[in-house]
Design a binder for this molecule. Structure first.
Ligand code: HEC
Length: 124
């Protein structure tokens, strides 16, 4: 093998190893993201999925204050770094718009007609 071929092989090897390393840095790639693919979602994807999956975000909801309190909680206790104020604003805007407070999170109670008979009832 010539010296040039050896150098080329070495470069190829380095390229392969760095690709492997880079792809393992994030928990999920953006295709697998469960975030709503709208607005600034890619900013949220790249800032917020280093430690947990995007599902932890998309299964939650709340007002801007609630989202801010979650961010502060992660900063105080989970090692989330300080975010630049305009970045934080962008993230909060996306979260509030797409994962805002839900009006109702539980179904209404069943009416009696839909309930099974109670085998322990003392009425009969
Ligand atoms: C440095 C690591 C780290 C980063 C980066 C991070 N989080 Fe978290 N986050 C955590 C940990 C740890 C938990 C707790 C996980 C658990 O309960 O399983 C958590 C939990 C959550 C929860 C669930 C909170 C609850 O009340 O159950 C939400 C929502 C969340 N993160 C959103 C975000 C958002 C939005 C961002 C981007 C601004 C973000 N996370 C970035 C570490 C991080």
């Amino acid at each position: 093998m010539s010296q040039l071929q050896t150098k080329k092989m070495l470069l190829l090897l380095i390229a392969c190893i760095s690709t492997l390393f880079l792809s393992s840095c994030s928990l999920e790639n953006s295709v697998a993201s469960s975030l709503e693919k709208t607005g600034d979602w890619e900013v949220v994807q790249s800032t917020c999925t280093e430690c947990h999956s995007s599902q932890l975000i998309s299964q939650n909801s709340g007002t801007r204050e609630v989202w801010l309190s979650r961010i502060r909680w992660m900063q105080d206790t989970q090692g989330l770094k300080e975010l630049d104020s305009s970045l934080e604003d962008t993230i909060l805007g996306y979260l509030t718009l797409n994962y805002g407070p839900k009006t109702a999170s539980r179904r209404p109670s069943l009416t009696e007609a839909f309930l099974p008979t109670n085998p322990y009832s003392t009425n009969d």
